[in-house]
Design a protein around this ligand. Structure first.
Ligand SMILES: *Cc1c(COP(=O)(O)O)cnc(C)c1O
Length: 497
């Protein structure tokens, strides 16, 4: 399978796409075609475990990688998840299903891809005969940073620097990142928000001068953000896996449609759901749930993407984003894969902070997606009611998805002509990762200390506390640097020495 840039140019191999992270023209890599999954393959997937399902699906894209090596890497990656299944599906008493993706090393769904990406990158470099060390630059709204650090720490031939908004992540997220071990890692707080971090990192990645300077020092730039196709594709697997689990549990028959509700920030998670659909998975509606930063909801409503607006800090910090990078991949598809038009729209976004899509593209968009947003107060109410009614505690990001999913289902319920399908809500983080806000949602109590929150949630819910969070409680932070966004490149050079 070859990959092409959303902004045009030559096709590249899977290994090249992963190693480069972003195309030279600033575009994002997408598969040249969507491979399909046959009926026989769907039947075969039913009898497989998660790592085997992942191998079958990912080899359709990464056919330039060796089959045995990839299989082994997937097995190793998913063996790191507590409980043995990286994507357990639970039936809720409200008739919905919860797909828990937070049992990995850092307690958020980013682990699903970031436990695999190091293999794709390292092996990709070997395949391409690359001699330089790889330098990973990552902007994070909290969860990608820690997942990338865990994935890449002490891996040979790689250095990783993570930039997070100083006041834009939870205390637990900050502690997770700043206590990371490893000799090849750097963690830096940035005065500004996530978009400032992401824009600054993208600018370095796209700068000929920076690339040349780094090359001179012996480094090749790459990215662990979801703009990297190696981040995106592994996320397709859990949509198929959830579907198979529903069939196996006789909740649906093979071929029946399923809706997925996804708490959305950079549009990576939900885009993987769209890719799954393009591969033939019977997906009904993809519910795109946003917090108060409702730039996507407005876009789906009006066809105008307007990033120029204030960014609000919410209880779901991993979704506090105004420029959803992966939307570029979707509008590339909607435009009929018109690279020139996509490039034009992205130029408009960079220069004026907005772009628009045509009416016929909107029509297509509305048949695929339902978009909704919610604020912190409604999210808290949803989390509280859900815990009281069904005994299930969820994190604040998942709370956003549940809140919007309930609104979506109520809307479908009222519409006599609408077809009704089961809904899977994607649970993206452990409640223990945002203990203060979760405790507040469940009890109305405020605690200052994260671990006091953890203890109280545990007493209240009896839900197991992840080992990886327990272990950082008394660990002193290693990283304390704070810089402004325009100093990020200087910080990179300092790190490399
Ligand atoms: C990253 C993240 C999201 C948003 O996912 P995107 O792929 O950026 O849309 C939602 N919830 C949590 C907990 C996250 O870490």
């Amino acid at each position: 399978m070859k990959f092409i840039s959303t902004r045009g140019g030559d096709a590249v191999t899977g290994a090249q796409a992963v190693v480069q992270g972003i195309a030279e023209n600033g575009g994002l890599y997408v598969p040249e075609v969507f491979p399909s999954v046959t009926e026989e393959e769907m039947e075969a997937l039913l009898g497989m475990d998660y790592a085997e399902r992942a191998a079958l699906l990912l080899l359709k894209y990464f056919d330039d990688y060796g089959e045995e090596g990839l299989k082994e890497a997937l097995k190793e990656a998913y063996a790191q998840f507590e409980g043995g299944d990286p994507a357990p599906l639970l039936r809720m008493d409200n008739g919905m299903y919860m797909l828990e993706l937070f049992h990995g090393p850092t307690c958020a769904f980013k682990d699903i891809a970031l436990t695999v990406l190091p293999y794709l990158l390292r092996t990709g470099c070997d395949m391409l005969g690359i001699k330089e060390e790889i330098l990973i630059l990552t902007a994070t709204s909290g969860d990608t940073g820690k997942a990338a650090l865990e994935g890449f720490r002490d891996k040979a031939g790689v250095k990783i620097a993570v930039f997070y908004p100083e006041d834009g992540v939870s205390k637990m997220q900050k502690l997770q990142m700043c206590t990371t071990d490893g000799e090849n890692v750097d963690v830096v707080a940035v005065r500004g928000n996530f978009d400032d971090c992401q824009t600054a990192v993208k600018k370095i990645m796209n700068s000929e001068t920076c690339r040349a300077e780094l090359k001179e020092k012996g480094y090749l730039l790459s990215s662990a953000n979801s703009i990297n196709i190696g981040r995106l594709l592994p996320q397709i697997v859990y949509y198929f896996s959830a579907y198979c689990d529903l069939v196996n549990a006789e909740q649906i028959k093979m071929g029946e449609k399923v809706n997925f509700a996804v708490p959305t920030g950079n549009f990576g998670n939900i885009l993987a759901g769209y890719y799954a659909k393009r591969m033939g998975l019977p997906v009904g509606t993809l519910v795109c749930a946003s917090n108060k930063n409702c730039v996507l909801t407005d876009f789906f409503k009006t066809g105008n993407y307007v990033a120029k607006r204030p960014l609000f800090r919410t209880m779901s910090p991993s979704m506090d984003i105004l420029v959803s990078s992966n939307l570029e991949r979707l509008i590339f598809e909607l435009s009929g894969r018109d690279a020139a038009l996509t490039a034009e729209r992205m130029r408009s976004l960079a220069e004026t902070g907005k772009y628009s899509v045509r009416a016929e593209e909107m029509k297509e968009l509305r048949t695929l997606f339902y978009a909704g947003c919610t604020n912190d107060a409604d999210t808290v109410e949803c989390m509280y009611d859900f815990f009281m009614d069904y005994g299930y505690p969820m994190d604040t990001h998942t709370g956003v998805a549940m809140s919007v999913a309930q609104r979506f289902e109520a809307m479908v319920e009222e519409d006599k002509d609408a077809e009704k399908f089961p809904t899977v809500v994607i649970s993206t983080a452990s409640p223990y990762k945002f203990p203060q806000d979760v405790l507040y949602a469940l009890t109305g109590n405020d605690v200052k200390d994260s671990f006091k929150g953890v203890k109280r949630i545990h007493l209240l819910t009896a839900m197991k506390v992840p080992e990886s969070l327990k272990s950082i409680r008394y660990k002193p932070p290693r990283f304390k640097t704070v810089v402004s966004a325009d100093k990020i490149y200087d910080e990179v050079k300092k790190f490399l020495g």
